[in-house]
Ligand binder design. Structure first.
Ligand SMILES: [Zn+2]
Length: 335
């Protein structure tokens, strides 16, 4: 069967330190196809993996009669969304990369890029519609940890695009080294990679942080590592809250799948740290662990309304599988 390629599709790509996730949706926000590739799976290069996953996804949608109208990509690091450049992304090995121009040149599709946390925060606000908080601190927890601050609906990017690096607040100056070069960062204890590394050094072995969290009640090493992660995160949020006084803190990213096993001890630890003010409201993201991917997709599809976004989050979330099962460069069925 042959199709006339007339229907527009919108592609979102979430670049993470472990996997690159991509999704294509139609103009109404329905998922057409998904692809996942390990970040350094193609020529050990994040950029080569990114191009490869987009090429495959474009082939997927062209085969069913769609063409890519716009791309949205979000990445960790220091990102200039207006200029379309990534100044620095340690986990991806990027420096001064004109990413939007690179994507346009390679795929012939206009692209918008943004910092992963800021894109997710914007998506979270759009998904919350009329109930969106005036001041939001959005914290995606994954391989790395960052944050996005939205004040009165405006994203705060900072003078160099580097605002919100919650993961690199120093919470233990005599502690463990962080890949950023500092000592004792939040991310050195609460980033998914750090959690797994610290568990292994205590003799533990797990395929994912979820598996580790499932052992908290009968595995001392898991309990210590998780408690250290919660403590580091609480100390980071303590500093951020003291500075910003957010109406709501929203926790997203892969680690948010831990749900109450994360939120309960986090609220308790934050309450112990604050002697002079109440703990701000802390909730799980409506975007689930797909916050970055939804955020990236909405960069491309900025026309979707609240109802369509809610349905998109449901469709993307339904196809969510644990991180360990996502590490392949094959197509993920979207039934
Ligand atoms: Zn650091």
């Amino acid at each position: 069967m042959t199709f006339t390629q007339t229907a527009p599709a919108f592609i979102g790509v979430d670049l993470g330190g472990t996997t690159i996730k991509a999704v294509a949706i139609d103009a109404d926000g329905h998922v057409l196809a998904r692809r996942v590739v390990s970040t350094f799976g193609v020529d050990e290069s994040a950029l080569a993996s990114l191009h490869s996953v987009i090429e495959r996804l474009v082939a997927d949608i062209e085969a069913i009669g769609f063409f890519p109208q716009r791309l949205g990509a979000c990445t960790p690091g220091t990102v200039d969304s207006m200029g379309g450049t990534v100044a620095f992304a340690a986990n991806l090995g990027w420096q001064d990369l004109a990413l939007a121009a690179e994507l346009l040149m390679r795929h012939g599709v206009p692209a918008r890029i943004d910092h992963d946390a800021r894109a997710a925060a914007a998506a979270e606000l759009r998904a919350r519609g009329a109930n969106a908080p005036a001041d939001l601190l959005f914290v995606p927890l994954g391989t790395g940890i960052s944050a996005a601050l939205s004040i009165r609906g405006s994203a705060v990017a900072g003078s160099t695009g580097a605002a919100g690096e919650l993961g690199h607040l120093i919470v233990n100056p005599a502690g463990e080294a962080c890949p950023c070069g500092q000592i004792g960062c939040v991310e050195a204890y609460a980033g998914a990679t750090s959690i797994m590394r610290r568990y292994r050094t205590r003799g533990g072995e797990a395929a994912s942080v979820e598996e580790l969290v499932g052992r908290l009640h009968h595995d001392e090493a898991a309990a210590i590592v998780w408690s250290d992660a919660v403590d580091a995160l609480a100390r980071g949020l303590h500093s951020a809250t003291a500075m910003i006084d957010p109406e709501l803190v929203v926790v997203g990213g892969g680690l948010s799948r831990a749900g109450d096993r994360l939120l309960d001890p986090l609220r308790m630890r934050l309450d112990e740290l604050f002697t002079w003010r109440p703990v701000p409201a802390i909730e799980l993201s409506l975007l689930g662990s797909s916050a970055g991917l939804v955020g990236a997709t909405l960069l491309a599809a900025d026309h979707l309304d609240e109802w369509q976004i809610t349905s998109l989050i449901r469709e993307i979330g339904r196809e969510n599988t644990p991180v360990s099962e996502l590490i392949s460069d094959g197509a993920v069925p979207c039934s």
